[in-house]
Ligand binder design. Structure first.
Ligand SMILES: *[C@@H]1O[C@H](CO)[C@@H](O)[C@H](O)[C@H]1NC(C)=O
Ligand SMILES: *[C@@H]1O[C@H](CO)[C@@H](O)[C@H](O)[C@H]1NC(C)=O
Length: 579
């Protein structure tokens, strides 16, 4: 997702809806309300199959109305009682306001922020993944009922994390296609809660970004210009495996195509991929959406087609159903006028998206009277969901080193003084990684340790995670370690080091972090435990071979209560070696 050109479209769509800006998603939930302008029409008849209802609605629309349904910020059709709908909501590891479909505030100030996916994946526990999906499903549907979220969530990200430099690897379940495939199916099942007989959905998930995408911006090449050269075998054996599982086993309602090209063809213009692999071979029952501005990117940045209308034709003919971005709303009518696409191409796309809306119950009248209508603010940030977030972090934490059984720290140690140092000692927002929302609350590592230790002294040791330059407060951290009976160093990366749009050039810890860790270890008289927060891998050879560092834990980005989970592992409440 990037630089979405929202403004022009808001104006367009607002005008179409009769003035004002197209409002939150939930307005359309009242389509087909009793007594409304369409209540007696076939598309409002719940007894008909979803696809037949979608066809009936599409057949009633003008071309101008339909092209405004080809984009994420879909315009309303007031004469039929259909309000605008924002398709773009996110829920990678909790309901997130990264897209415009979700808004926190009022009755919904936050949502449970589970660990970033790379951490949860390290549990290798599909039961856990599905339980998280279910919790997020409750919270997402509750926010929809309250008018603060859509029902179409563009999660999970199941790209294979092959290149360790990739800034978005944190969002994925890692580099192993078998694990990623199991993750995709489990999370999607949890999120969608699909009824097997009717196909009815609680939420619609979306597996992204198809395919072979693991570069954002590295040494002069960015994702908008990247051409991944991939053999057919590598696609089959690796890159496409989680997507197949997502569609075939998870029954995801959507797949998103990426910005990059694969073997010279933009994925969003590749008919062999979209119509061939995803729809025909895997049998997608749902819609294919572009990454945000992908169509504009392959026209403007990649110069893949000569005209904008050729780009419209290339993507619709390839099998795209929904454009995240305004491009298709702006240029599809002129593409028809030039004979490059026909009304049949538009109808096919809109029928696919509207069918998913039908399955979500968006044309069944008042959402309060529907199967999930009871979900409200009291179902968000519940004690059970927050406990699941802690449990996910505990299960995701990985034990990398434990010399002389230094871990867990003994209750005797806890009764004395523990120094908690390092740039992540008081981490909050760093713990939830990217594509996060507003968490219910945070438990920082320092707060977590303070629940076990009689005295927890804190020194950051670095002014920030970059830890660059001469003015780093390393000496104060060394001093705290010297005086403590045990030292916990919480270090690692954050979104300033690895992020969307930002790949790493080095796998070492940033700036002077390694110097901080070694200096603290050298001065410490008690055991030293190093805790690392990161999405991508870090070369910690120096710590592995340092005899003064007895224990090393990797915690990924452990979510809103990561500090509690870290302390639970350090003090023996949870054994990271037992599962
Ligand atoms: C998987 O996670 C669930 C939910 O937290 C837990 O009950 C179960 O014990 C876990 N399985 C393993 C093998 O750790
Ligand atoms: C890539 O990074 C460079 C700086 O390293 C920056 O100038 C450029 O805008 C970035 N491009 C994208 C597409 O993020």
């Amino acid at each position: 997702m990037r630089r979405l050109l929202l403004l022009p479209l808001l104006v367009l769509a607002g005008a179409a809806a009769g003035g004002g800006v197209v409002p939150v998603a939930a307005r359309s939930a009242f389509a087909c309300a009793a007594g409304g302008p369409a209540a007696t029409l076939p598309f409002c008849r719940r007894s008909l199959p979803a696809r037949a209802r979608a066809r009936d609605l599409v057949a009633r629309l003008t071309r101008a109305e339909k092209v405004r349904l080809l984009v994420n910020n879909a315009a309303g059709v007031p004469r039929l009682g259909v309000a605008g709908y924002e398709w773009w909501s996110e829920a990678l590891h909790g309901v997130s306001d990264t897209g415009p479909g979700v808004r926190f505030g009022g009755a919904f100030p936050g949502a449970t922020a589970f660990p970033q996916v790379i951490c949860t994946a390290a549990s290798f526990n599909a039961t856990l993944w599905e339980l998280i999906g279910q919790a997020v499903s409750d919270e997402g549907r509750a926010m929809y009922n309250g008018g603060q979220a859509g029902l179409t969530f563009w999660s999970p990200n199941v790209n294979i994390f092959r290149d360790p430099r990739w800034g978005r690897g944190q969002e994925t379940p890692g580099e192993d296609p078998a694990v990623a495939a199991r993750y995709a199916a489990a999370y999607v099942r949890g999120l969608q809660q699909q009824q097997p007989s009717s196909g009815r959905l609680k939420l619609a998930a979306c597996c992204k970004h198809f395919t072979a995408y693991d570069l954002d911006n590295w040494s002069g090449t960015d994702r908008f210009h990247f051409n991944a050269v991939v053999t057919r075998q590598d696609l089959e054996d690796t890159f496409n495996v989680p997507f197949r599982s997502c569609v075939v086993d998870g029954r995801a309602a959507s797949v998103m195509c990426s910005y990059n090209q694969v073997n010279g063809v933009p994925t969003c213009a590749d008919a062999a991929f979209l119509r061939g692999t995803i729809r025909r071979r895997w049998g997608l029952a749902g819609y294919i959406v572009s990454d945000c501005d992908s169509v504009d990117v392959f026209y403007s940045d990649q110069h893949y087609t000569r005209t904008r209308e050729d780009a419209v034709a290339a993507t619709l003919r390839a099998g795209l159903d929904l454009d995240c971005g305004p491009f298709l709303a702006q240029y599809t009518e002129s593409a028809v006028a030039q004979g490059k696409v026909g009304d049949g191409d538009i109808d096919a796309a809109v029928t696919n998206t509207v069918t998913v809306q039908m399955r979500l119950g968006m044309f069944d009248g008042d959402p309060a009277a529907q199967p999930f209508g009871h979900l409200g603010p009291q179902h968000v940030c519940t004690a059970a969901h927050q406990e699941l977030a802690v449990e996910a972090a505990r299960q995701g934490i990985v034990l990398l080193k434990n010399d002389g059984r230094a871990l867990p720290l003994s209750p005797a140690t806890a009764r004395r003084a523990v120094a908690v140092v390092g740039p992540h000692a008081e981490a909050t927002v760093a713990m939830i990684g990217n594509y996060a929302g507003k968490p219910c609350r945070y438990t920082t590592p320092l707060q977590g340790v303070a629940r076990y230790a009689a005295r927890a002294a804190h020194q950051p040791g670095c002014t920030d995670v970059a830890c660059a330059g001469g003015a780093q407060p390393i000496a104060a951290a060394v001093d705290a370690a010297r005086r403590a009976d045990a030292t916990i160093v919480v270090a690692g990366l954050d979104q300033k080091i690895e992020a969307e749009g930002l790949d790493r050039a080095s796998l070492l810890l940033p700036g002077r972090q390694a110097e901080l860790i070694s200096s603290v270890a050298k001065a410490s008289k008690g055991p030293v435990i190093l805790v690392l927060m990161s999405g991508g891998p870090i070369d910690i050879g120096f710590a592995q071979s340092d005899p003064k560092i007895a224990g090393i834990l990797w915690a990924g980005y452990p979510g809103q209560a990561g500090g509690q989970a870290i302390a639970d592992v350090i003090f023996g409440h949870h054994n990271p070696g037992s599962t």
